[in-house]
Design a protein around this ligand. Structure first.
Ligand code: GLN
Length: 387
């Protein structure tokens, strides 16, 4: 360690945080030349039409700052889409902001609200960015642990956690990593528990269009009592197979969006302009987002059928592009140990789901991403069948 580092005795703001499990597993996959079903991103191309649109806008000189909140036509598209699909109204000028990906939208929602000692209820297993963002602003994470195989929320347990300090509840449906979706009764419980309180909701709906077997995504925006207290975050990376473009958005009623933008403007100021124009054009054809769920249903079914040949046991997957599995027929080792062995000895990288619990709770579950080409999935399962 350098002298400066020693002298400053820097006290980390996030002492418990190391490199994200996604980075760790993707690096291991590269190192061991394994098939990477760990980090959630497609290994196939996005629509050539979309790439063409981005190039067109870049060539036509759309290369300077976009407005801070995002280009208006894209916000208008999102407003129309939210109204059509969820009967929820968001004013493009005051209630929608384009962000640098879903994770920034999550971070900013937390940053603009959470103060020291505010309590934030999180359902675990949870996407790994929620808790560090809360901690960074002095908030206290109150985890509600959900268990395999059905990961159902016990709302009585949630009710017991709620007190005067509860500032926010973070939801994620369809859920990463479990693939579970919230049902109508969950929404009604949430309405009941938050009524007459000042609790706000952060609803991460990034997998909104990735729902299967006839399930309908329930957005908090559909329920007026939740709409008025919620930030909704999402990403075009997941919707359009463009995770590398890092463009997402946040929807919230004006009084919340006002605070969101105060932080957003100093965090990123604004987001890639040519990409926003291109996405705005592309979303004019609603098939470009409505057909996504059929596209992924095929992938999910394909992967699931192949996996039946292995000794892994499939957990239910109602949404997202992740299939979770248990492995009691294979081993009793912990999930991280098995994930390490899979990447090193069998050539397939996945994510151990204990990484999504603040206490590292291990239900011996692994998460595989099926947003991959057929041949990638086929090859991966040939390797997994040997386990
Ligand atoms: N959301 C993706 C996943 O869960 C990746 C996010 C990331 O790498 N930060 O795998």
């Amino acid at each position: 360690m350098s002298n400066l580092a020693l002298n400053m005795q820097l006290k980390s703001k996030l002492p418990g945080v190391s490199t994200t499990i996604f980075t760790v597993m993707s690096q291991l996959a590269a190192q061991y030349k394994a098939i990477n079903l760990s980090q959630g991103f497609p290994d196939y191309e996005c629509s050539p039409q979309l790439v063409e649109l981005v190039s067109k806008y870049m060539r036509s000189g759309y290369n300077q700052y976009a407005p801070m909140a995002g280009i208006l036509s894209l916000r208008e598209r999102l407003s129309e889409k939210q109204e059509k699909l969820h009967q929820a109204k968001y004013a493009p000028d005051t209630e929608i902001t384009i962000t640098a990906g879903g994770t920034q939208a999550i971070f900013t929602s937390i940053a603009c609200l959470i103060r020291p000692d505010d309590e934030v209820i999180i359902f675990e297993p949870a996407y790994d960015s929620y808790s560090p963002a809360v901690t960074l602003f002095g908030g206290l994470v109150k985890p509600v642990e959900l268990s395999a195989p059905d990961y159902k929320i016990d709302w009585l347990q949630v009710a017991k956690l709620i007190n005067d300090k509860t500032r926010m509840i973070i939801l994620n449906s369809p859920n990463n990593p479990t693939g579970r979706t919230l049902a109508e009764e969950d929404m009604l419980e949430l309405i009941r528990l938050t009524r007459d309180t000042s609790i706000l909701i952060l609803s991460d709906e990034v997998y909104e269009h990735l729902v299967y077997d006839g399930i309908k995504h329930l957005s908090v925006s559909h329920y007026p009592e939740l709409w008025e207290r919620s930030f909704i975050t999402a990403s075009f990376g997941k919707l359009l197979h463009t995770t590398g473009w890092k463009v997402g958005y946040c929807l919230a009623p004006e009084w919340l969006m006002k605070e969101f933008r105060k932080v957003h403007q100093f965090e990123v100021f604004s987001v890639n302009s040519a990409v926003q124009y291109a996405i705005s054009d592309f979303l004019q054809d609603e098939r470009n987002y409505l057909e996504i769920s059929d596209f992924f249903q095929t992938k999910k079914d394909f992967f699931l059928n192949l996996m039946l040949e292995t000794r892994f046991d499939m957990l239910p997957c109602q949404g997202s592009y992740f299939q979770s599995v248990q492995y009691s027929r294979i081993s009793d080792e912990d999930d991280t140990a098995l994930a390490m062995r899979l990447v090193k000895e069998f050539g397939v990288a996945c994510i151990p789901v204990s990484a999504f619990y603040s206490k590292g709770t291990d239900h011996q579950v692994l998460r595989f991403c099926f947003a991959k080409k057929q041949e990638t999935l086929e090859k991966a399962v040939t390797y997994l069948a040997k386990v």
